[in-house]
Write a protein that binds this ligand. Structure first.
Ligand code: C2E
Ligand code: MG
Ligand code: MG
Ligand code: MG
Length: 279
């Protein structure tokens, strides 16, 4: 009897209390296997000049296609990769892959195009990060000026001193930095001033709600004003309609990214897309 109720208890713990942990564990196991078996790949979304439509850059966005052919969204697997440390090798893979693709674009004549790569705090905290960056640039022959690293506002605020130190080292390479998802992370003006960055990316929530919500419109306007007064370029992400493009342009926003222009595309489509959109 005692044995039976013990078994009952352990079943209770594994089935009820561990459900969340077990799901994360399975996701991590799948991600690790997916990475080893090369089922992770990178897609590229254009960033354009809002006034002229001219292509300026691509943002590298990680994709995971499972063995069953299902796509797991990055918002689900990136946090697990971050918690487990797996983001360090995966992030290096994204950086190298994106720079290799940029090399091809430059060789095809698109020499002005830049590449933006998302970086996690765990990568900034990893002692080998700057070596990875130097090597990836050297191996592909890409100048630092053609690369931008995107860090989220909340990551920058979580550990301002580590981020500050790494930013200094990054800038010595000519690589620029953008603050991503800006407007969601509660940073203070003084903290922002301590971080030397080149771009602010307005979070897509404010871009998309700006027409219907006065509060969102105000936040979008404030981010644009803040960026301009600090001498930064301001990018609006998640532009889906022409009305949104015009609104952001009227607010003084410089650059845009979103489904109105293009969704993230496979590497082999970038050249044709650029040819079609550079005229
Ligand atoms: P993010 O860096 O803010 O990237 C922009 C996200 O908005 C992408 O989602 C993109 O597909 C989506 N998006 C772009 N335009 C539109 C639009 O017009 N409408 C809508 N509804 N969505 C749009 P995605 O690819 O699912 O990535 C989600 C997040 O995952 C990224 O947000 C980034 O934080 C993270 N992520 C993606 N790849 C990497 C990576 O290689 N490393 C790291 N550390 N994080 C990554
Ligand atoms: Mg980004
Ligand atoms: Mg963003
Ligand atoms: Mg985001």
């Amino acid at each position: 009897r005692a044995k039976q109720s013990n078994r009952g208890a352990s079943q209770y713990f594994s089935s009820e209390m561990g459900a969340d942990a077990r799901e994360r564990f399975n996701l991590l196991k799948g991600l690790r296997a997916g990475f080893e078996e090369k089922r992770l790949f990178v897609a590229y979304q254009p960033q354009i000049c809002l006034a002229t439509g001219r292509p300026l850059a691509f943002e590298a966005l990680l994709r995971w296609r499972t063995e069953e052919g299902k796509f797991v969204p990055p918002d689900q697997f990136i946090p697990i990769a971050e918690q487990s440390g797996l983001i360090v090798p995966i992030g290096e893979f994204v950086l190298r892959t994106a720079l290799q693709q940029l090399r091809r674009l430059h060789d095809q004549g698109h020499t002005e195009i830049r590449m933006a790569v998302n970086i996690s705090l765990a990568q900034f905290r990893h002692a080998g990060f700057m070596d990875q960056l130097h090597k990836a640039l050297a191996d592909t022959g890409i100048a630092g000026q053609s690369l931008e690293l995107e860090i989220t506002e909340s990551m920058a605020m979580e550990d301002v001193s580590v981020v500050q130190d790494v930013l200094e080292a990054i800038h010595a390479t000519g690589v620029s930095v953008a603050i991503d998802d800006f407007g969601t992370g509660f940073s203070s003006l003084s903290q922002l001033r301590r971080l030397s960055v080149e771009r602010l990316k307005i979070d897509r929530a404010f871009v998309q709600e700006a027409q219907n919500s006065a509060a969102s419109a105000t936040i979008a306007q404030m981010v644009v004003n803040l960026g301009c007064s600090l001498g930064l370029r301001v990018v609006a992400e998640g532009i889906e309609t022409e009305a949104q493009r015009q609104h952001l342009l009227a607010l003084g926003c410089h650059e845009g990214q979103g489904w109105l222009f293009a969704k993230a595309m496979p590497a082999n489509e970038m050249h044709d897309w650029l040819v079609q959109h550079s005229a």
